[in-house]
Design a protein around this ligand. Structure first.
Ligand code: PGA
Length: 253
């Protein structure tokens, strides 16, 4: 049976009270596929999310982390700090962090290694800009990100990473990649991972699509053979919209 991960990325949204209300309501849905659902949220909400989602099967995690375990890095949060909260996941290299906060493939690589060592599942984001796609350079660009982001990582560790293909031109723009465009790149990513490691590793990996996924287009995207779920921004902020996407994945089982 195909494995999915339906992950909400709340970005810089919600107060602790709002997060609790959402998580309590989400847990109460008792999704049959709850183990394949996660919420990625701001640091301030994580303790509360852990309490509200406890026992529900639904995972939770952070949107960023520093790669050093401690030290003079004002304003940062470390992997041991996330471990203490018991998070399951952490996003690495979201395009907004690459663009606005100088995240590089080198720091992504260090973050992946630190998270894997702690048993936290990284959700690594890759994806091209509109300019790159218009120049037909998207595959070269994404392949170069994968090579740099996984540099020096053994196959066993790589197999534990979730990859999210998020074309920058589709994020928050309402402009979704077509199911065929998304499938083409997710299949390409699986092929690159197969070439770098093995088909066994590539086939075991979860590869998500992200970029304006919503209730109305989720089923068509999730039905594609190489798309194992979604990283969902805007549509994860409302419980009905997010639940509809979770149910769309379950209907494909
Ligand atoms: P969006 O964001 O669903 O609002 O396009 C997706 C993301 O940035 O992860």
């Amino acid at each position: 049976m195909k494995k999915f991960l339906i992950a909400g990325n709340w970005k810089m949204n919600k107060t602790i009270a709002e997060a609790k209300e959402f998580a309590d309501a989400l847990a109460a849905k008792n999704f049959a596929n709850a183990e394949e659902v996660a919420i990625l949220a701001p640091f301030t909400q994580l303790v509360t999310l852990g309490e509200s989602l406890k026992g529900s099967g639904i995972g939770f995690g952070a949107e960023n982390v520093h790669f050093e375990p401690s030290g003079a890095y004002t304003g940062e949060i470390s992997v041991p700090m996330l471990e203490e909260i018991g998070v399951n996941y952490c996003i690495v290299g979201h395009s907004e962090r690459r663009e606005y906060f100088a995240e590089t493939d080198e720091t992504c690589n260090l973050k992946l290694k630190a998270l894997i060592a702690a048993g936290i599942t990284p959700i690594l984001c890759v994806g091209e800009s509109l300019e790159v796609r218009e120049g037909n350079g998207e595959q070269t660009f994404v392949a170069s990100q994968l090579v740099a982001d996984f540099k020096g990582m053994p196959a066993d560790d790589v197999a534990k990473v979730v990859i999210a293909y998020e074309p920058i031109w589709a994020i928050g723009t309402g402009k979704t990649a077509t199911p065929d465009q998304a499938e083409e790149m997710c299949a390409f990513i699986r092929g690159v991972m197969g070439g770098m490691y093995s088909n066994e590793v590539a086939d075991s990996m979860l590869i998500l699509y992200g970029g304006s996924m919503k209730a109305s287009n989720a089923a068509d995207l999730l039905a594609k053979p190489d798309i194992n779920g979604g990283l969902i921004g805007g549509a994860s902020l409302k419980i009905d919209d997010f639940s509809a996407i979770v149910n769309a994945a379950n209907d494909l089982k």
